[in-house]
Design a protein around this ligand. Structure first.
Ligand code: TPP
Ligand code: MG
Length: 713
């Protein structure tokens, strides 16, 4: 594309619009005014927030829901410093956030100018990549690179430092090479080699206790429906990675819970017992992997990820590592399975074990049954009320804090894209994320869960919600305490320093911003108030009064564990799911990739290399998504929800393919075990060996890793 003369600010905005950016969040500054102008001119919605931290949280939430790169803007050292927490979130959660920060004019740079700091070297350190632009002629190339870094391979935040005077410069007829939205993202990765896919299926299906650990990569590639199909077809259970509970429908009998803080004890146990794990679109961060205890020593595991691990200190290398996005992997797996035969004895064994596992999990996730008659509400019953009242399309956002433990254990989510919580454990996230979710999907119910500590950090964004015409519901769990940290202190026998907070009248706070509020002191008051809040046309804050003795979902008072009623005897699950093997195979609705030789007829490949993550220049065919569409796009819902998993039967296998009774065995899962997953072969190389953010310990995490006494960030 050849550019017409325009300011550098407008050129940046046009490039962003072309890359699919639809919304930008900011606290404005005088250092980037032409850019603000340019964004509006390019049809990007610009939302002013009350704090740059809120803006960055919103950008991260928007990117998570829409899959599009999202912009956050801030001014020089002061605004950029406030962005940091949200950039860290975007890094931890692999979200394509583009931070554009106004910088001092080039003529005063390096002279201790007003609000001057090296932005790329400081705040840029929170990002995957950061540059200061010194010359307008270099802008197109730098923008190109920034967009690629943010969206290809493992997505993440990038930062551009933009000198104020540069943004005013007119860039005359410069050739502009902008990246188009359709050329970006992990879905542009090539289909994985079927030989590798088959090896991974072998690893899983030849095991006694296989499990799939699914993470954000499945959500980002909109692959939940594909994962459900695979899990149902092969009868392998799924565990969601920490803070990704919406990756698999929680009411599906194959779902065995979310890992990490406050998970039911059955989750860790099941992961430890697994003799094979498929880690799919998951970074195995410290919390999700129980302080790197998972995969347990001796567990054979496959890592399928846009940037799979080769090795990490203290963790055994994967048996197989495959660079692929979750959706293309799952579709290829389905194709490979459709051409083969499953061992029926293995299927039966897995199905029986799954019924028992699921029953144990269901018992362990009960959070509302301990006796309670006040004062204040029972936090587990709050979660039970949410389960009863919220429609399946409601988006729930969460903050960090022990209050979230009851939801982590007991909240039931049925659809992908209905949960936003950060693996960075950042307080203050829930309310801005709820505002962004409401903006992204107008009309969709959105509920934020926050403690009184976290709510206090970003409650001002209620005004942003009102100004922008959206109305999330905010539940403030008020124990007048930084309860999580107090809990740490108590468990270490320390005095409670700096963890007591004073009373806040959250109803009046809400009303002060022009929102609605209700104080909830008894369990039976919540349901009517929640229903009213969900149908209100203004944001509502529900002030949940909590007795401080609710220390966590596992502890009541400073010493007493929560006493729950005895669990009922586990009942085997009636398997009501349609059995793919017993139903007629409909035609495959998806175009299959070019005809490939049947895997069964291929010569056994001697441990071939996986295809690496796509290089930017490579194979960039158009995506099915629509590109940017100027001014109109700003008004459209931003969320691109994945359709709920279809109930239709599997297309690929023949009626008897699962028991192999009269189908030619094109893949004999039994026969190929040894060749498919040989631990001696060592891991496949990953695309890039970057430091893993998951390896960074959170200061508040519980070093003992005691699942019975967790500490939420
Ligand atoms: C931005 C940020 N600052 C500090 C922390 C450390 N921290 C983790 S939980 C917590 C207390 C949260 O208090 P509150 O929101 O009231 O929830 P509660 O633990 O009381 O349920 C703190 C201070 C953090 N995770 N994030
Ligand atoms: Mg609190």
């Amino acid at each position: 594309m050849t550019g017409t003369p325009r300011t550098a600010g407008r050129l940046i905005a046009d490039a962003l619009a072309a890359a699919g950016v639809r919304v930008a969040y900011t606290v404005p500054g005088e250092s980037f005014l032409p850019l603000l102008d340019g964004l509006v001119g390019a049809g990007i919605r610009v939302v002013a927030t009350r704090h740059e931290g809120g803006a960055a949280f919103m950008a991260a939430a928007s990117a998570a829901l829409s899959g599009h790169p999202t912009v956050v803007l801030a001014t020089r050292a002061v605004g950029a410093a406030n962005l940091a927490i949200g950039l860290h979130v975007a890094h931890a959660d692999s979200l394509p956030v583009i931070a554009l920060v106004g910088q001092v004019e080039r003529s005063v740079r390096g002279r201790e100018a007003f609000q001057e700091v090296d932005l790329a070297a400081t705040i840029g350190g929170y990002c995957r990549w950061a540059r200061e632009v010194r010359d307008a002629a270099a802008l197109p190339g730098i923008l190109d690179e920034a967009l690629r870094r943010a969206t290809t391979g493992r997505p993440g935040p990038v930062l551009l430092s933009l000198p104020e005077d540069l943004l005013d410069e007119v860039v005359a007829d410069a050739p502009v090479r902008t990246v188009s939205a359709t050329a970006l993202g992990p879905s542009r990765m090539p289909s994985p080699d079927p030989v590798h896919v088959r090896r991974i299926l072998h690893l899983l299906l030849d095991a006694e206790r296989p499990v799939i650990l699914a993470g954000g990569g499945v959500l980002r590639s909109r692959a939940t429906a594909d994962l459900v199909r695979l899990a149902e077809f092969v009868d392998v259970p799924v565990i969601a990675a920490w803070r990704r509970p919406d990756v698999f429908p929680n009411d599906n009998p194959r779902y065995l819970g979310m890992s990490g803080y406050f998970a039911p004890a059955t989750v860790r146990r099941r992961l430890e017992e697994a003799d094979a794990i498929l880690v799919l679109g998951c970074r195995l961060n410290e919390v999700a992997a129980y302080e790197y205890a998972i995969p347990a020593p001796g567990t054979r595991w496959a890592h399928v990820d846009v940037e799979p691990l080769v090795s990490r200190p203290g963790v055994a290398a994967p048996t197989i590592a495959l660079a692929a996005d979750a959706r293309t992997f799952l579709r290829e797996a389905r194709r490979v399975l459709g051409a083969g035969v499953l061992d029926s004895a293995g299927l039966e064994r897995r199905r029986a074990a799954m019924a028992a596992d699921r029953a144990a999990f269901e018992d362990a996730r009960v959070v509302d049954e301990s006796p309670w008659d006040g004062p204040g509400v029972h936090p587990g019953r709050v979660v039970a009320t949410l389960n009863r009242v919220l429609s399946p399309d409601t988006i729930v956002t969460t903050d960090a804090g022990n209050f979230g433990g009851w939801a982590a254990r007991g909240l039931v989510l049925r659809r992908p894209g209905t949960f936003l919580g950060t693996t960075a454990g950042a307080m203050g996230f829930a309310i801005p994320a709820a505002v962004a979710a409401s903006l992204a999907g107008p009309g969709r119910p959105v509920v934020a869960l926050a403690g009184d500590g976290g709510a206090g950090m970003t409650i001002a964004e209620l005004e942003t919600a009102i100004r922008e015409g959206v109305h999330p519901v905010v539940l403030v769990f008020d124990n007048e305490q930084y309860g999580t940290i107090h809990d740490h202190q108590v468990r270490r026998g320390l005095a409670p320093v700096a963890t007591d907070l004073g009373p806040v009248d959250w109803v009046r706070v809400a009303e002060g911003f022009g929102a609605l509020g209700a104080r909830i002191e008894r369990d039976d008051e919540l349901e009517p108030a929640l229903r009213a809040a969900l149908s209100a046309v203004l944001p509502t804050v529900l002030h949940l009064v909590l007795d401080r003795r609710w220390a966590s979902v596992d502890r009541f008072g400073d010493v007493e564990p929560v006493v729950l009623p005895a669990a009922p005897e586990p009942q085997p699950e009636p398997d009501a799911e349609p059995q793919p093997g017993t139903e007629p195979a409909p035609p495959d609705p998806e175009p299959e990739p070019d005809a490939e030789p049947q895997p069964g007829t291929e010569p056994a490949a001697p441990d071939p290399e996986p295809r690496p993550a796509v290089e930017p220049e490579q194979e960039q065919e158009p995506a099915p998504e629509t590109g940017p569409d100027g001014a109109d796009s700003a008004a459209e819902p931003e969320i691109e929800p994945e359709p709920a998993p279809e109930p239709e039967p599997e297309p690929a296998p023949e009626p008897d393919a699962r028991d192999g009774s009269d189908v030619e065995p094109e893949i004999d899962m039994q026969a190929e075990v040894g060749a498919a997953a040989d631990p001696e072969q060592g891991p496949e190389p990953a695309a890039e060996a970057e430091p893993e953010p998951g390896a960074e310990a959170e200061p508040d995490s519980d070093p003992a890793g005691d699942p019975g006494a967790p500490a939420a960030p």
